[in-house]
Write a protein that binds this ligand. Structure first.
Ligand code: LCS
Length: 394
């Protein structure tokens, strides 16, 4: 049996029993260190001459199982797990840049990623240019001889802007740089950027990978060489590793990735169509709607549209606040990709670390509302949202 040849849901569900005890679900290796037989063995492990664990910051069987599962799902050679999505972002960027290098980034990115690139990375003598990557020629024109990284989210948080991943990968290859794709909104269930030519895939595993809103985690996937470099540098020495317990929770969450993503998406389609027709709603941004300007690209590069929706109501931000303050079933909270529906206001919450001017360039208007569609029954979500929308007085 070769699990690599199986369908994506089977890959997500599959796990091997514990080799030692036969336990169906493997135990958690909740340990910080590993005992050596003798000094010689310890030295060999440190020298990389013998396989085996040393210390959990350098590796742990439960973390390895999670990394291998994501590598399998993303069709990558290897993966490296982190304590958060942001730890994965910083580890990926710092592993491949040095003073004098240049990064081209999409102008529509998660708030802390944008802040990290515009404020932190630039402190170390690295230039970053933000471009509207919906038009791929903007990436093409921004790339320079010293560009080492092209960084995108597709779809982006929260504007739902897409980048043509295949074309961005081609530009990266021609320029001897790396394309990093944040695939958080899609998960490997709907989109696998490595298959489209990307060099590294990143996830805030806090979201759909875990799925239940009880873990903060991040992961990078790529080829063996890049992943080894990250393990030996930014993971080992900056040290933002994932814990064994959280790895185990993520492995549990992943088993239902397929059915969760299918239900999230079928709900999202219904919600997007409901919002598009609602008299109090001005604009809806969902790649699965034919009215989305990048609907064709979404169909081409992904197997699904996901379940993140952004919308603007008539009456601007005040009307938006009325909606967010009046939902009952849907929770007013940041984060996304949990089994329950969440609503939030990017300009004052997730994207408040970004200057207003930069937010607007990334499509984040003051009145934009972001909605992470859960797996409750769609009628209940629609009723809750409809009640809240009808509280708007116009
Ligand atoms: N990338 C994307 C696309 C994200 O949405 C987030 C977090 C991160 C990276 C960072 O991951 P974390 O460190 O939080 O695991 N996005 C959040 C959001 O939209 N609301 O709260 C967090």
């Amino acid at each position: 049996m070769d699990i690599n040849k199986m369908k994506k849901s089977t890959k997500a569900v599959y796990s091997e029993p514990c080799k030692l005890t036969g336990a169906h679900v493997k135990p958690i290796y909740q340990t910080s260190t590993f005992v050596f037989d003798d000094v010689n063995q310890g030295a060999k492990r440190f020298a990389g001459e013998e396989e085996g664990y040393i210390y959990t910051r350098l590796g742990n069987p439960t973390i390895t199982d999670f990394e291998k599962k994501i590598a399998l799902l993303e069709n990558g050679e290897d993966a490296v797990a982190f304590a958060s999505g942001m730890a994965a972002v910083s580890a990926a960027i710092f592993a491949f840049i040095k003073k004098g290098d240049h990064i081209v980034a999409q102008n529509s990115l998660y708030g802390c990623t944008h802040a990290f690139l515009s404020e932190m990375v630039t402190k170390f003598g690295i230039d970053v240019d933000f471009v509207d990557a919906k038009d791929i020629s903007n990436i093409e024109n921004a790339v320079k001889e010293n560009t080492k990284i092209i960084y995108i989210e597709s779809p982006s948080n929260p504007a739902m802007a897409l980048t043509d991943i295949k074309r961005a990968a081609k530009i990266a290859k021609e320029n001897d740089s790396r394309l990093i794709v944040d695939n958080t909104f899609m998960t490997p269930y709907w989109q696998r950027p490595l298959e489209l030519g990307a060099d590294l895939v990143l996830h805030s595993a806090t979201k759909y990978i875990g799925g239940h809103g009880d873990v903060i985690a991040g992961i990078l996937v790529g080829n063996k060489e890049d992943m080894s470099l990250i393990r030996e540098t930014t993971q080992k020495d900056i040290g933002g590793i994932l814990s064994p317990f959280d790895s185990w929770l993520l492995l549990r969450g992943l088993k239902t990735l397929g059915i969760r993503m299918e239900k999230h998406e079928s709900n999202a389609k219904k919600l997007a169509e409901f919002l598009e027709k609602h008299p109090k709603v001005d604009k809806v941004y969902y790649p699965g709607l034919k009215s989305h300007p990048q609907y064709e690209l979404a169909k081409k590069q992904a197997e699904g549209f996901g379940a993140m929706i952004a919308f603007e109501v008539k009456g601007g931000i005040d009307a938006g606040k009325t909606v967010m303050n009046n939902v009952k079933l849907i929770k007013l909270a940041v984060s996304l990709g949990t089994v329950d529906s969440l609503i939030q206001h990017p300009a004052s919450m997730t994207h408040s670390p970004v200057d207003r001017e930069d937010r607007l360039k990334g499509g984040i208007t003051d009145g934009l509302i972001r909605f992470s569609v859960g797996i409750e029954e769609p009628e209940d979500i629609i009723n809750d949202l409809d009640n809240a929308l009808n509280k708007i007085k116009i």
